[in-house]
Design a binder for this molecule. Structure first.
Ligand SMILES: Nc1ncnc2c1ncn2[C@@H]1O[C@H](COP(=O)(O)OP(=O)(O)O)[C@@H](O)[C@H]1O
Ligand SMILES: [Mg+2]
Length: 307
């Protein structure tokens, strides 16, 4: 079941800024990663999902409700963590939590206490004296305090130290196990890689690529690194490898090279026979990295070619 849907969403701020023809769906019980550098349009998209601002074109629904027309109902039920946390500075953390509990009509504070312990939030002091990290923890606790089914988190770990970042990743995984639907934006590959099922890459307001992580990992193409024993062997290897079907050399450097091969029994056998015939020093698989995949889209765009 689709919980959040964006269809051909456009908000043009002029001078190429904004978001343009963005479409994606977030399915129930999944974690969706919205990955892109600063200024890509992540916050703009999220603010429209929350119904804070009206679209110029397209449609957004949250739980099948129009995000603009039903903004107050959506905001009541959703868990939302803004990118820039603006909290009432004059209150103590505890007062703010109490205020949000009243607003959210949360009667039982058991869940809230669990969150405070888990994130080691010290809420006794005034908000204005809190560090950025502590403010972010306070915002996290208030986003999750009513145990919402759908969460929209804008760069949730920014301002958290590495230990808390990891704790947040563990928390998102646990929430997913509990059936929650989560959309999170980020510019950190590792965090998206560790938590998300589906990923969209956004740049300059355009969706560059959307993919399912498992499908991407199962891709039949693999990359191997080979080191030849000497220059003669290297030349022979390079010549012969290029004759194998669906096998390409991608990086050549003195006696080392990387090859990309479609992993089918017939050409794998050819490759293995070849490597057995010509002595080599090393043969290792180069693991797939989301970061490399991400950069590939960037490079292509720079070259003017859309993927
Ligand atoms: N209200 C606004 N008016 C004009 N330009 C805006 C507004 N909000 C965002 N922008 C511009 O739109 C682009 C995308 O911004 P944003 O969505 O905040 O990116 P991200 O969250 O990915 O860093 C940026 O160039 C930003 O300056
Ligand atoms: Mg942002």
């Amino acid at each position: 079941m689709t919980m959040i849907s964006l269809q051909h969403v456009t908000k043009d701020y002029g001078n190429g800024r904004g978001i343009f023809d963005i479409s994606f769906n977030v399915e129930k019980g999944t974690v969706y990663g919205f990955l892109g550098p600063n200024g890509a349009g992540k916050t703009t998209a999220i603010r429209h999902i929350m119904g804070f601002s009206k679209l110029q074109q397209g449609i957004i629904t949250v739980n099948h409700l129009d995000s603009w027309k039903n903004a107050s109902t959506i905001q009541e039920n959703l868990g939302y963590l803004p990118g820039e946390v603006a909290l009432p500075e004059h209150l103590t953390g505890e007062q703010f939590i109490r205020m949000m509990m009243d607003l959210r009509k949360v009667k039982d504070d058991t869940h809230c206490k669990k969150l405070i312990d888990f994130f080691e939030l010290n809420a006794s002091g005034k908000v204005k004296r809190m560090s950025l990290g502590m403010k972010r923890k306070l915002a996290i606790v208030t986003a999750f305090m009513h145990d919402p089914d759908v969460l929209v988190l804008d760069e949730p770990t920014s301002g958290l130290d590495p230990i808390m970042q990891q704790r947040f990743i563990d928390f998102v995984r646990e929430e997913k196990k509990r059936g929650k639907t989560i959309l999170l934006s980020s510019h950190i590959f590792t965090e998206v890689d560790a938590t998300c099922d589906e990923i969209s890459i956004i740049k300059d307001g355009h969706l560059m690529s959307s993919f399912n992580k498992q499908e991407l990992l199962k891709m039949t193409e693999k990359v191997f690194h080979v080191t030849a024993k000497n220059a003669k062997d290297y030349t022979q290897l390079v010549e012969r490898i290029e004759s194998i079907a669906e096998c390409h050399l991608i990086n050549k450097n003195e006696r080392e090279f990387e090859l990309q091969i479609g992993c089918y029994p017939s050409n794998l056998l050819q490759l293995i026979k070849l490597l057995a015939a010509i002595p080599i020093l090393s043969f290792t698989e180069v693991p797939f990295s989301l970061e490399k995949h991400f950069m590939k889209f960037y490079d292509r765009r720079v070259g003017g070619e859309l993927p």
